[in-house]
Design a binder for this molecule. Structure first.
Ligand code: NAP
Length: 292
């Protein structure tokens, strides 16, 4: 099976001026040098050029090492890949500068393509604590500073609600390039999507497969059967067909390869509508709606 062709049509333009691939490998729960190496090797062979890590995944060092070893093997350079990492909730506020610099040193990179505030809250504070907004603003100022130094090529946020987004847009000097949130047919996030459109922020999906649980949904199975695709491909295609970048995670080389085969077919409008009609506000991950 030949790898998917790398094409600019498989990427989105960010407001920071760079391009971000529509497909990236999620790395949550990919831990340990051997597992990370195997997954990154399979992903590069399958055409993935984007990798999503985070300080709290404890795999930044393994990802950086795997890329240093594997990019030459695949005839690639640092410039050919897009690396995302995230500021841990424990580093929100005064510790944000050190937290981001720690990510850079763990990855052992001169720059990170995209760095996100992982969560609107601060670890150790109650969700409703009124120090949360100030800490977020302080973190954002640190990310803006590192962005101006070229160490973080693009900066963004994750798990922000519409209220968090509006506050950030009012106070920021550099607008966020990306909002990364949970997005799949059972959680279509219409308000956040239209806000992102209005603000020129790229809306990016995580947990597109519902952490694997959506793969047995009867409607997904039926659509997959009818178009002779896997349930995972249908879920990923549903997002990328709407221009939403995805980050499927797998540690299995065969699944990593198959999950990348989403640019060579189209879902019909009725199938797209059928999937979108599954929206019921269901979350498989954390819910930020109570964070002050
Ligand atoms: P996901 O990608 O929705 O699902 C991953 C699960 O599905 C794993 O258990 C995986 O198992 C399984 N899987 C993958 N492909 C499959 C296939 N073709 N057939 C059967 N099973 C398959 O879940 P996620 O890890 O929660 O989300 C993806 C990425 O988004 C994360 O890794 C992370 O990078 C990012 N994320 C960000 C946040 C945030 O707060 N910003 C939160 C959650 C996730 P195997 O590994 O065994 O294949």
């Amino acid at each position: 099976m030949s790898p998917m062709p790398v094409s600019s049509s498989h990427s989105v333009a960010l407001n920071s001026g760079c391009q971000m691939p529509l497909l990236g490998l999620g790395t949550y729960k990919l831990c340990g040098p051997a597992d990370v190496y195997q997954a990154v090797d399979a992903a590069l062979a399958a055409g993935y050029r984007s990798f999503d890590s985070a300080a709290v995944y404890h795999n930044e060092a393994d990802l950086g090492k795997a890329l240093r070893e594997l990019l030459p093997k695949h005839g690639l350079t640092r410039q050919d890949v897009f690396i995302t990492s995230k500021l841990g909730p424990k580093d929100q506020g005064v510790r944000a500068m050190d937290g981001a610099l720690h990510s850079l040193s763990q990855l052992d990179l001169e720059y990170i393509d995209l760095y996100l505030i992982h969560w609107p809250g601060t670890q150790g504070l109650p969700v409703a604590d009124d120090r949360n907004p100030g800490n977020r603003a302080q973190s954002w100022a640190s990310l803006e500073e590192l962005h101006s130094q070229g160490k973080l090529r693009a900066i963004g946020v994750s798990n922000y609600t519409p209220a968090h987004m509006r506050a950030l847009m009012q106070s920021c000097k550099v607008p966020p390039a990306v909002l990364q949130v949970e997005f799949h047919p059972r959680l279509c996030q219409p308000e956040l999507r239209s806000l992102c459109k209005e603000f020129g922020v790229c809306f990016q999906a995580y947990s597109s497969l519902g952490k694997g649980e959506l793969l047995t949904d009867p409607v997904i199975l039926e659509v997959a059967k009818n178009c002779e695709r896997t349930p995972a491909q249908v879920l990923l295609r549903w997002a990328v067909q709407q221009g939403v970048p995805v980050l499927p995670k797998s540690s299995n080389p065969e699944r990593i390869l198959r999950n990348a085969e989403v640019f060579d077919f189209t879902l019909s409008d009725p199938d797209m509508d059928r999937l979108s009609a599954l929206d019921c506000g269901h979350r498989f991950c954390w819910d930020p709606s109570e964070v002050a």
